[in-house]
Design a protein. Structure first.
Length: 364
């Protein structure tokens, strides 16, 4: 697995330099480091295009961003660029180009040896043997990346199983990968249909941080990119707080939660026991760490529901202060209900496998 990063999208054909520069300044503040920049809607002469794109790319470069330009064969023709010479893209400061459509495999492999060190990013959203073909032509794989599509039209995003199948084709070769999440306030994309710009259809209406958690929880995506512009500062901040390497779920506490229970929820590095049960996710080390600390009974006579956080109370002997996350409804009077996982994060419990590490954060 390579280091994971956050990215955003800019559409110079539909926006002004000043607005884009402000957006980059804000994103830089929150730890973003990658730009997706579409060229599919380019209008104007090659000279005008070069000046417009170079200005904003160089601004991003000064802030430490890497820019990937989304291109297709029509754009090469429009700009007068040959596959044999990518100097145009190097001259405007791009880190790489994303090929929205495929060539024959041999061309992609040759492009990966370009003298400018430009990364060649492939479209990941097709479950075909495309990558194998490119690699069979002895591609320069450190300079091959993958990036999924986004889908402006509601109902057209990828289903999760298909997304997994496509992504696994890239991950088995260790190819750096990316996918898109959607801002709930951004209205700008490459086309005039704007129902959001996610990769996954099921993520379209979720809070942006939950979308990112979902992509990273798959274990198949390195970079998470906001597809539409401009995301709000609140969304940029929310993404900056997402743990990129393990699930970090939010807990809404019950009224009577006590001090030791909050400590058990928030302090440990939790992991699920390897000998799993279908009813709960067990984090057992807290019962060792906090064995000598009392935990009085409260909220113990209710039927626990999926996503409830429960902790062994003083009546549970050896299992006092063990933390569990409920997967199946049940009752257990020797456990206190201390809170519940935020409702829009409940589906992420399916990603906590045997030995999975995870963190819990209490909502203050």
């Amino acid at each position: 697995m390579t280091m994971r990063s956050l990215g955003l999208s800019i559409y110079p054909g539909h926006s002004k330099f000043e607005g884009n520069a402000h957006y980059l300044d804000l994103a830089h503040k929150y730890g973003f480091s990658r730009i997706f920049m579409s060229m599919l809607e380019v209008q104007g002469s090659p000279k005008e295009t070069k000046a417009k794109y170079k200005k904003i790319i160089e601004y991003g470069n000064k802030l430490g961003f890497q820019t990937f330009l989304d291109v297709n064969p029509a754009i090469f023709k429009q700009l007068g660029v040959s596959y044999d010479d990518l100097k145009f893209f190097a001259d405007i400061g791009a880190a790489g180009i994303r090929l929205d459509t495929t060539f024959d495999g041999a061309i992609e492999a040759m492009l990966s040896y370009n003298p400018y060190g430009l990364i060649i990013e492939l479209n990941m959203s097709n479950n075909v043997d495309y990558l194998n073909n490119i690699i069979s032509y002895q591609a320069n794989t450190p300079f091959i990346y993958g990036c999924h599509n986004f889908y402006p039209q509601r109902g057209t995003g990828l289903p999760y199983d298909f997304f997994i199948a496509c992504s696994e084709r890239f991950k088995k070769f260790g190819i750096h990968s990316a996918a898109f999440v959607s801002s709930q306030v951004g209205q700008m994309g490459p086309w005039n249909v704007e129902d959001g710009l996610p990769t996954l259809e099921q993520d379209r209406n979720l809070p942006i941080d939950v979308q990112a958690m979902h992509l990273w929880a798959s274990g198949l995506i390195d970079d998470v990119i906001i597809g539409n512009a401009y995301a709000s500062e609140a969304e940029l901040k929310a993404l900056s707080k997402v743990n990129r390497y393990q699930l970090m779920l939010h807990v809404n506490y019950v009224t009577d939660v006590n001090k030791i229970e909050k400590t058990i929820v928030e302090a440990p590095q939790h992991f699920r026991r390897g000998d799993i049960t279908k009813d709960v996710i067990r984090s057992t080390m807290p019962r060792v760490t906090y064995a000598d600390i009392p935990n009085p009974v409260h909220d113990n006579n209710v039927e626990f529901q999926r996503g409830d956080i429960i902790i062994g109370n003083d009546n549970f002997g050896h299992y006092k202060n063990e933390l569990q996350i409920v997967l199946e409804p049940h009752k257990e009077s020797r456990m206190n209900k201390v809170g519940s996982i935020r409702s829009d994060e409940l589906f992420l419990l399916d990603f906590i496998k045997p030995w999975s590490k995870f963190k819990l954060i209490g909502n203050k």
